[in-house]
Design a protein around this ligand. Structure first.
Ligand code: VGL
Ligand code: ZN
Length: 206
């Protein structure tokens, strides 16, 4: 099949691709402890992506913010955020509408009381897991664009992955910082894409 008919700017999902869904948890959605505007709205699109990657037999990673009750990022302990995503709490659960395929790898982060970790790579086994599975290209979606999505994408670039940020499946805390985050990802070599410019094929993958 010719790609000409699709777009001049096609991003391919290759055999060495993986999807990283960042922090789609109850507390970051409307009604949660630290709601990110637009979090619930992106869920259908995130589900579309998890479904596609799953069908292609490609890894789906779901990170979760997983704080101890006395975490340094909480206001009560000198941090900037209200208490959120406490390990084992209802707010820390993945959003009930989020569809994670069987075999999804769950990565818990920021699990130590005295250490903040926005990136899904920070203090986790994620790089090791992706390396084992031969992943070279990561597609990143989720929340928050200006914090954990940004940090995850930038870390992935630093670690040598090709990074595609799925702009139709992210939501940010604030507009300005989210725009800056996208700019920074671009500047560091990442690519921005959305559903209509991604070419999914299980056969023509390299
Ligand atoms: C996040 C603020 C605090 C995020 C996590 O997932 O982007 N933001 N903890
Ligand atoms: Zn947090």
């Amino acid at each position: 099949m010719s790609t000409e008919s699709i777009s001049n700017y096609v991003v391919g999902v290759t055999k060495r691709s993986a999807l990283i869904v960042v922090d789609m948890q109850r507390d970051f959605c409307e009604g949660g402890a630290l709601p990110v505007p637009g979090c619930s709205k992106i869920i259908p699109r995130v589900n579309e992506y998890t479904g596609i990657f799953s069908k292609l037999g490609l890894p789906v990673i779901a990170s979760r913010d997983w704080h101890p009750p006395n975490h340094i990022s909480f206001k009560e302990f000198g941090g900037p955020w209200p208490t959120h995503c406490v390990q084992g709490s209802k707010g820390a659960e993945f959003h009930p509408d989020l569809k994670l395929p069987e075999g999804t790898v769950v990565i818990s982060k920021a699990t130590q009381p005295d250490k903040e970790a926005y990136s899904a790579f920070d203090g986790t086994e994620l790089h090791y897991i992706l390396t084992l599975r031969g992943v070279k290209r990561v597609f990143v979606c989720g929340v928050a664009t200006d914090y954990c999505v940004k940090a995850t994408a930038l870390d992935a670039l630093k670690l040598g992955y090709e990074v595609v940020l799925l702009v139709d499946a992210v939501a940010g805390v604030a507009k300005k910082t989210s725009e800056n985050a996208l700019r920074e990802v671009l500047r560091e070599g990442g690519v921005l894409a959305s559903r209509n410019i991604i070419y999914f094929s299980s056969e023509e993958n390299k």
